[in-house]
Design a protein. Structure first.
Length: 395
C-alpha cells in the first residue's frame, strides 16, 4: 500500500508544478462607455457607424446571436457588397442560406471594432414591430472581444478590455456553459420542480420561451392552466405562439413568480432540444445590471431598480406593426379581446387611450394594462371609428 501512495504523489507533483506556472490575466481596463436605447421587452439598441458611412445604424445587442449581422435593406441602401455563401442560419421562423459582407468595421464612440464578417438577413418584421429601423444584430463577434457592462439604471454600456475584473458586491456570479451562445441552468416550479439548460438571450423581448418538445417531455406545466394564442415575431417573420404563466423561475439565487412564458412549436429545433429547453429573455435580464464576460465564461447579475417591476400579464390578441408610415393591424386572434372588440386585419391605428403620437412602442405599452378598457381610434375604409378593447389577463 505504501508504494501505491508514493506513486500517486509523484503523479500529482507534475500537475501541481504546472499549475504554478499559470499566469493571471492582466487587469481589464475601461475602453469606452456610451448610452443605449431600450425597446419594448428590455431589448437593447446601440448606435454605430459602418466603415466610412456617416449614417448611424441601429443594432440589437444580442447574446442570443452566434455572430453579427446586417439587414438586407440596409446593405442595399448603403450599397454594401455582399457575397453568397453556403452558410445557413436558424432562427424563430426558419432556416435559410445567407450572404456575407466581409472585413467590415463598426465605429462606436471611443471604439473601432475591425475585421467583422456580417451575415445578411431581412429584419423588416423587427423594424415594423419596433417602429424603428433595425439595421443589424450584434452578438458573439462583439462579445467575444470585450467585457461588456450593461447598466439598465443609467442606460449606459461600458466596454472593457479582456482581463481580470472586479465584480461589485451584492450580486451573484453565474458560470454558464459558453459555446457561441451562453447556456445557463435554470430551476422551475409549476406542476413539478425541474431544472434545465436555457439560452441566455438579451435580444429576446420576453421573459421566458419554452420549446414545445421540452414542455411535452418534462410535464412541467399544469394541465389546468390553458395557454392563450398570441402573435409574435422572430428574425425571419411573424408567427403565433401560445402564452401562459409559470409559477416560479429561479435564476441563480433569484426567484421570480408568475412568469409570463411563451410556448414555441419548434419545428426547426432552434432551441437545440434536448440540450436546452428554450431561452431566458431580456424581460428577466433588464431587472439586473449585467457584466458579460465571455473571456472568463462568467456573467454577473446585480439586481437594479427594475428588479421588482411587475411582469406584463396583458392579453389582447391584437398584433400591430409600423408599415410605410402607418400603424396597421396585421393579426387578430379569433375569440380574443381584440376580436370581440371588432378589430380587423388592415385597420389603421390612429390613437390609443388619447395618445395620438403614432409611436408604436407607446401604443404597445398602453395595451399592457390587464383588466382595463382602452379606447382605440382606427381608420377603416377611410372612416374613423372608435373601438373599446377590454384587455384580458393571462393570470
Amino acid at each position: 500500500m505504501r508504494y501505491v501512495k508514493i506513486a500517486i504523489i509523484f503523479l500529482l507533483l507534475p500537475l501541481f508544478a504546472r499549475s504554478q506556472e499559470i499566469l493571471s490575466p492582466p487587469p481589464a481596463h475601461l475602453i469606452t462607455k456610451f448610452p443605449f436605447i431600450q425597446y419594448t421587452g428590455g431589448v437593447i439598441i446601440v448606435k454605430a457607424l459602418l466603415d466610412t458611412f456617416q449614417q448611424p445604424l441601429n443594432f440589437i445587442l444580442d447574446t442570443g446571436s452566434g455572430g453579427i449581422s446586417l439587414d438586407s435593406a440596409t446593405c442595399k441602401e448603403l450599397n454594401v457588397k455582399t457575397r453568397e455563401t453556403d452558410t445557413t442560419i436558424t432562427g424563430i421562423g426558419g432556416i435559410k442560406k445567407v450572404h456575407f459582407a466581409f472585413n467590415k468595421t463598426l465605429h462606436f464612440p471611443g471604439l473601432d471594432v475591425e475585421k467583422l464578417n456580417f451575415h445578411i438577413n431581412d429584419y423588416e418584421v423587427l423594424s415594423s414591430g419596433y417602429g424603428e429601423k433595425i439595421d443589424g444584430i450584434i452578438g458573439l463577434s462583439f462579445f467575444s472581444r470585450y467585457i461588456v457592462k450593461v447598466n439598465y439604471d443609467s442606460m449606459q454600456l461600458e466596454i472593457f478590455s479582456k482581463g481580470k475584473i472586479s465584480y461589485p458586491s451584492g450580486g451573484t456570479l453565474l458560470h454558464p456553459f459558453f459555446a457561441s451562445i451562453p447556456v445557463q441552468y435554470v430551476n422551475f416550479k409549476d406542476k413539478r420542480k425541474l431544472g434545465y439548460n436555457f439560452y441566455f438571450d438579451t435580444g429576446a423581448g420576453l421573459a421566458l420561451l419554452l420549446s414545445d418538445k421540452f414542455v411535452e417531455d418534462s410535464a412541467l406545466l399544469s394541465s389546468k392552466r390553458k395557454p392563450v394564442l398570441t402573435g409574435a415575431e422572430g428574425m425571419m417573420g411573424r408567427l403565433r405562439m401560445r402564452l401562459t404563466v409559470i409559477k416560479e423561475v429561479k435564476l441563480g439565487p433569484y426567484r421570480f413568480r408568475s412568469v409570463p412564458t411563451y410556448l414555441y412549436k419548434d419545428d426547426f429545433n432552434v432551441t437545440n432540444y434536448p440540450f436546452t429547453g428554450g431561452l431566458i429573455g431580456s424581460e428577466i435580464f433588464r431587472r439586473f445590471n449585467l457584466i458579460i464576460n465571455y473571456g472568463q465564461k462568467e456573467i454577473h447579475l446585480l439586481p437594479n431598480s427594475h428588479y421588482s417591476d411587475p411582469f406584463d400579464y396583458s392579453y389582447s390578441g391584437l398584433s400591430i406593426y409600423y408599415i410605410e408610415g402607418k400603424i396597421l393591424v396585421e393579426d387578430v386572434i379569433k375569440s380574443s379581446p381584440a376580436d370581440k372588440a371588432g378589430f380587423l386585419v388592415g385597420d389603421e391605428v390612429i390613437g390609443i387611450a388619447n395618445n395620438f403620437s403614432q409611436n408604436i412602442q407607446a401604443y404597445k405599452t398602453a395595451l399592457q394594462v390587464p383588466n382595463q378598457k382602452v379606447k382605440v381610434i382606427i381608420r377603416r375604409n377611410n372612416e374613423l371609428q372608435s373601438l373599446v378593447l377590454n384587455i384580458g389577463s393571462i393570470l
